[in-house]
Structure formats: structure tokens, C-alpha cells
Design a protein around this ligand. Structure first.
Ligand code: SP5
Ligand code: ZN
Length: 340
């Protein structure tokens, strides 16, 4: 199978960020891409291509123009405001319930407006990295649209927490949402999100859209991030009612319960008869992840890949989380092998 990747991700240089005199502890680091690429190569999984450039239109079909401008310009804007450019990192939580319809003029308040948490800085190269991460997902979508059985987009930064106009959870642009919306021009599409965390951004983007089924298995939001979203009661609204399926799971579960729950999601996807399937592939479900608290084994990951591949739907897989650098590459390969 073909994979899509680019060096541009390294411009989002999170491995050594200093905020207020302290080094930012960050798991979503450039080395993640390097270990995945090395594993794809040693497994002989197939060629790795550079992304094509589909421009801003498929990004703006998902994201708010003011938000995109903020991602593009706020690092430079920090120099105008503070005299020296510095990571733009909201200093306190956004106040979601009272969020006004228009962004505030003040630079600091605007940075807060466009995020729902305080954990992802906008760095000098964040925009360019996020732009090319989305192009990786779009390129995979076009390859599959052209007849490939499956394609893997090695997206970094990840995307599934980003909403139309807020970044969060290490995510800036919602890569899989850009690919999914692009593919809705061909018919109904389904998104299966197997990252450890609920993909609140993807859910929000398609919450009213009957053409896109969103199914997610994730840690119970009463117990883990993103806390405010991911409950089974969230089923979509308006015309989209019934096209959002959340399957929250307790912490510390293993292969058996995970695979049984996956069957529920896959049955729903089969019922929906999508033209394409998009998988948000987070390896933070794996045992030993420093952030995720599930205990999925390598054999479990292989079974997940085999179950999804058995649907025999043309499939785009896009990288989301996964933070154990010692096992991340091998774990990605475990899932992808069934498609290769
Ligand atoms: C894409 C994705 O998996 N995003 C996850 C966002 C999780 N946010 C909460 C993380 C808090 C853990 N902080 C530990 C950092 C250790 N380097
Ligand atoms: Zn995650």
C-alpha cells in the first residue's frame, strides 16, 4: 500500500519549546514520524510518497477563515505585540459556554478564543506543518478515489481534536475531516476513530451532516481527555441525528472488550453503506503508551486492522496519536499490514 508523508511536519518543532523559562513537556514530537517511517520501510509496506498540494479550498471547506488566519499569522503577530516572537500558548482555558460569535480584537484574548485548551502552542512553523499534514490526508483520499484499495497518511500534527475554529489536543487542522468532506462529493462516507481519545473536533464538524457517519471508540470522557465530549448520548442533531456513534470504554481495557466493541462500530458502518471509509488511527490505545490508558496488545492491533480491512471498503487511514516512541512504528505496521 502507499503511504503519504513529508518532512514539513518537523517545522512544528515541539521537541524543545520554552514557555516562561520552562521547557514544555510534550509527547507529540517530530521523532514520532521518524520511527513510523523507519518501521514502514523495514516492514516493506510499500512506497512513501510526498503529498500533492490541493491548496486552501479543501481546508476552508472545513475550517473558519478567521481561525485559519490565526494559525497562519499569530506567531508573527506575537512579535508585534510583545517585541519578540514567542510560542502562542493560551494562558488559561477558553470559556466555551459564553464564547461570542466574533473573535476579540485583543491578541491575547484572540489566542484564547481559537483554542479549547492550553496545551498546544503555535510555533514559527506550525501553520506550514499543519497545512502539509492536511495535504497528506487529502492526497491519500485522492489516491483511494482513483482506485487504490487503501492509503495511509502519516499526518503530523494530528487532527481529530481540531474543530472548525478551535485547536486543541495537539491538533490544529482536522486532517481527516478535510479528506472526508472532500470525499462527500462522491457519496456517503464513514469515519472510524480508534484513537484512545474521543475525536471531538471531527464529531463537531459533522454533527449535523447526514452524509458523514462518525463512529468512535475511546476512553470514557468522565475519566480522560477531552472530558467535555464523547458520551454515548451524543448522536448528532438535525439531519445528522443518528450519524454519530460514540462507544466510550473504561480505562485499562484489553483486546477482548475492545474488539467486541469494534464489531458494534463496524456493523453500524456496514449498515450506512459508505463509499469510502476513513480511519483516525491513534496508537495511544496500545499498552505502554505514556498518555493512553488502554492495554491493547500487538496481536490486538493486528486483529483491529484485520477486522477493518475485512469490510472491504476503500479506506484512508490517517495518523492521529500514539506517543511511545519505542513501539509506535511497529504498532502502526501491525494495523496497516491487513491493508498491504
Ligand atoms: C491526538 C491526541 O492523541 N491528542 C491527545 C491530547 C491529550 N491531551 C492530554 C494530555 C495530557 C498528558 N500530558 C503528559 C505529557 C507528557 N509528555
Ligand atoms: Zn489520542
Amino acid at each position: 500500500m502507499r503511504s503519504i508523508a513529508t518532512d514539513k511536519h518537523a517545522l512544528h518543532a515541539t521537541a524543545d519549546v520554552w514557555v516562561n523559562g520552562a521547557r514544555l513537556a510534550y509527547c507529540e514530537v517530530p521523532a514520532r514520524v521518524n520511527v513510523i517511517l523507519a518501521a514502514l520501510q523495514s516492514a516493506g509496506l510499500g512506497p512513501v510518497l510526498s503529498p500533492s498540494d490541493y491548496g486552501l479550498a479543501p481546508i476552508l471547506a472545513v475550517h473558519d477563515a478567521g481561525f485559519v488566519a490565526h494559525l497562519r499569522t499569530s506567531y508573527a503577530g506575537s512579535a508585534a505585540r510583545f517585541g519578540v516572537a514567542a510560542p502562542v500558548l493560551a494562558a488559561r482555558e477558553g470559556i466555551t459556554p459564553t464564547r461570542p460569535a466574533t473573535p476579540p480584537d485583543d491578541f491575547v484574548e484572540r489566542a484564547l478564543y481559537y483554542t479549547f485548551d492550553c496545551e498546544d502552542p503555535i510555533l514559527a512553523g506550525t501553520w506550514e506543518a499543519a497545512y502539509w499534514s492536511a495535504q497528506c490526508a487529502l492526497t491519500a483520499a485522492v489516491l483511494v478515489q482513483q482506485g487504490e484499495r487503501a492509503a495511509y497518511a502519516l499526518c503530523r500534527p494530528p487532527g481529530h481534536h481540531a474543530t472548525a475554529d478551535q485547536h486543541g489536543g495537539f491538533c490544529y487542522l482536522n486532517n481527516i475531516a478535510c479528506a472526508a468532506r472532500y470525499l462527500t462529493h462522491t457519496g456517503p462516507v464513514a469515519i472510524l476513530d480508534i484513537d484512545y481519545h474521543h475525536g471531538n473536533g471531527t464529531q463537531a464538524i459533522f454533527y449535523t451532516d447526514p452524509r458523514v457517519l462518525y463512529c468512535s471508540l475511546h476512553a470514557d470522557p468522565d475519566a480522560d481527555y477531552p472530558y467535555f465530549w464523547g458520551r454515548a448520548s451524543e448522536q448528532g442533531t438535525g439531519l445528522g441525528f443518528g450519524t454519530n456513534l460514540n462507544l466510550p470504554l473504561p480505562l485499562h481495557i484489553g483486546d477482548t472488550l475492545y474488539l467486541r466493541t469494534l464489531e458494534t462500530a463496524l456493523a453500524r458502518i456496514v449498515d450506512f453503506r459508505p463509499r469510502y471509509l476513513l480511519v483516525s488511527l491513534g496508537l495511544d490505545i496500545a499498552a505502554g503508551d505514556p498518555i493512553g490508558k488502554f492495554d491493547i496488545t500487538p496481536g490486538g492491533l493486528q486483529a483491529i486492522g484485520e477486522s477493518i480491512a475485512a469490510l472491504d471498503i476503500p479506506t484512508i487511514l490517517a495518523q492521529e496519536g500514539g506517543y511511545n516512541l519505542a513501539t509506535l512504528g511497529a504498532n502502526v505496521v501491525k494495523v496497516l499490514q491487513a491493508f498491504a
